[in-house]
Write a protein that binds this ligand. Sequence first.
Ligand SMILES: NC(=O)c1ccc[n+]([C@@H]2O[C@H](COP(=O)([O-])OP(=O)(O)OC[C@H]3O[C@@H](n4cnc5c(N)ncnc54)[C@H](OP(=O)(O)O)[C@@H]3O)[C@@H](O)[C@H]2O)c1
Length: 218
Amino acid sequence: MKIALIGGTGNIGQGLAFRLKLASFDVIIGSRSAEKAESKAEYFNSLVERLGGKGDIRGMVNEEASSNADVAIITIPWQHAFDTAERLKDNLAGKIVVSPVVPMVAEDGFLRYVQPEEGSAGLQLARILDKSMVVVAFNNIPARRFANPEEKFRWDIAVCGDNQEAKRTVMEIVNRIEGLKAYDAGELKNSKTIEALTPLLINIARKNRTKELGVRFV
Ligand SMILES: NC(=O)c1ccc[n+]([C@@H]2O[C@H](COP(=O)([O-])OP(=O)(O)OC[C@H]3O[C@@H](n4cnc5c(N)ncnc54)[C@H](OP(=O)(O)O)[C@@H]3O)[C@@H](O)[C@H]2O)c1
């Protein structure tokens, strides 16, 4: 299965890229710049090979990455995720699109969830990408720890979506990543609750001076 990380050159892109590759998926890094995508792919490949995997991640512009993928994960800051989705709409038609997107702003030293017009980032993306199957997942992962190959974790991932088959596929992808466990969180309209959890995790970590926090349902 080919998984493209749209804007996979950033924070959450790193952990997803090498961990999906170690789980034997075909990984594509997308970027606005082909050069940046190729150079990041090269860096991720050296990391994968150091960890005993096969370094064959490819880098290409977001349009090409979307067209080549079976599944695309939108790893772009929320302020730019929706206009990027508009631009990639045709390339992403008929595909599973995963949204880890969390809209939030800093206010008085804390982060606050910013609810998009449609109710959540996942719902907003589903409205734009009406020919794709949008599934929400990975929103509560702390990117820095996830990007560190030395980090040992056991985190749960709430997954929601309206297309049952697409949701099942994404849950299977999540479960192939060592240390992650997928939970079915129902329909896409539940994505607001999942997204809004992320600023809470960051605020708790800051206020209590702990390391970045993930989620585990016990
Ligand atoms: N960081 C976390 O801990 C975390 C955790 C869970 C979920 N998330 C979600 O994951 C998404 C990515 O977060 P991140 O921290 O990885 O983001 P990031 O590192 O700040 O940015 C990721 C990539 O987005 C692309 N980008 C930046 N501005 C853009 C624009 N104007 N138009 C198109 N692409 C643009 C860039 O790629 P190019 O320059 O290569 O095009 C950049 O490398 C966000 O929606 C966030 O809410 C993040």
